[in-house]
Design a protein around this ligand. Structure first.
Ligand SMILES: Cc1ncc(COP(=O)(O)O)c(C=O)c1O
Length: 388
């Protein structure tokens, strides 16, 4: 089926017992065993079934299999947050004494996990600019167990050529993990290009309404099983209700993404022509350095835009403090337009030098274009830019 159909029906069917079209929320911590031997068999893995929601739960499993369908993956595992999903992936693949190679432009929380937490576990992380494949190849050594990238990257919208990374990793025998949060499988399916693992903050476009935190990883069955064995002991499991809200959000993913994309294109074109704007970062603009790669590997360019205002940080602050319709808040992928300053907010774990190296200028502003009328978003930005 086409993805517009899969977001509605994929992995789902009416409830076997009641016919309920909307899936039941199995809001339970534990599941009763038929007898003591049944419980023992479930724990031993001799029989399939539910034990305890941290280990598995039907509502959460339904979400995992639905996202696997959307990403063309064999299986998936849902976690309490996107960051928990990233952590579960890392500790499933990489041990003390081994190395992760990561692109240098990634979500700030992932960056501080890699920079501050993983070294404490004996895992080395080498940051490179993965849009330059020579840098990636130079960083891969015999101890490297993973290449991690985001494309489009948070917050600069840098585009990385997934096919080139796949080619390089196949010759090195290193798995490639792509954070596909900004694109969603509606716009980009890295596993179809050859990536091994895809991770998402489901908090964003999957939920779509800014009311939950969740994460998911998809990949082949063996990897997901291996990760599940570790993840259940780490314990960052999502609540069944949050999983259900994500299932509900996914039903409208296709129509929402279409609107996010058309709105963002209009806003980006407005900003690019504005005399108070120095630069606009949106892969849908022909001037974006990753435009051609994005056209090849994406179906649309997404709802995220970055821009630098002439006058740097103070001018950028004035815009953020002057918007009336847009909300000054972190997160993204919501129905509401959200505006923020990565340097002091989502990416404040980067030092000033690291921000510059990743192309995040002091005045860089990130905007997650929502589902309001594009002209109302533009009018709001116009009145805010007038305040400078
Ligand atoms: C690209 C990306 N990946 C991962 C995360 C982490 O997700 P969560 O906040 O759900 O833990 C975020 C959060 O903003 C993100 O933007």
């Amino acid at each position: 089926m086409r993805i517009e159909t899969d977001v509605v029906h994929g992995g789902q069917h009416p409830d076997m017992h009641t016919g309920a079209l909307s899936p039941p929320i199995y809001q339970t911590s534990t599941f009763a065993f038929r007898d003591a031997d049944h419980g023992a068999r479930l724990f031993k893995g001799d029989e399939e079934g539910y034990i305890y929601t941290r280990i598995s739960n039907p509502t959460i499993d339904l979400l995992a299999s639905k996202i696997a369908v959307l990403e063309s993956a064999e299986a998936g595992l849902v976690s309490a947050s996107g960051l928990a999903a990233v952590f579960n992936i890392i500790v499933s693949l990489v041990k003390s004494g081994e190395r992760v190679v990561s692109d240098d432009t990634i979500y700030g929380g992932t960056y501080t996990l890699f920079k501050n937490v993983l070294p404490g576990l004996g895992i080395e992380v080498v940051f490179v600019d993965a849009s330059d494949i020579d840098q990636v190849n130079a960083a891969i050594d015999g101890r490297t167990k993973l290449l991690f990238i985001e494309t489009p990257a948070n917050p600069t919208l840098k585009i990385i050529d997934i096919a080139r990374c796949v080619e390089a990793m196949r010759s090195n025998g290193v798995p490639l993990c792509v954070d596909n949060t900004f694109a969603t499988p509606y716009l980009q399916r890295p596993i179809e290009i050859g990536a091994d693992i895809v991770v998402h903050s489901a908090t964003k476009y999957f939920g779509g309404h800014g009311d939950i935190i969740g994460g998911v990883a998809v990949g082949n069955k063996d990897f997901i099983k291996k990760m599940w064995k570790i993840a259940k002991d780490i314990g960052a499991s999502i609540s069944p209700f949050n999983a259900w809200l994500i299932l509900r959000g996914l039903k409208t993913l296709a129509v929402r993404m279409d609107r996010h994309c058309t709105n963002a294109q209009k806003v980006a074109e407005f900003l690019v022509d504005h005399d108070k704007i120095e630069s606009v970062y949106y892969p849908g603009l022909k001037s974006h350095p990753g435009h051609d790669i994005a056209r090849r590997q994406m179906r649309g360019f997404g709802g995220m835009i970055g821009f630098d205002v002439k006058g740097g940080k103070e001018a950028g602050k004035m815009v953020m403090n002057s918007v009336k319709l847009c909300t000054l808040a972190v997160s993204l992928g919501d129905v509401d337009t959200l505006i923020e300053h990565p340097g002091s907010m989502t990416h404040s774990g980067y030092t000033d030098d690291e921000l510059m190296e990743s192309g995040i200028k002091p005045g860089f502003v990130r905007i997650s274009i929502g589902l309001e009328h594009a002209d109302d978003i533009i009018d709001d930005l116009e009145q805010a830019l007038k305040k400078i």
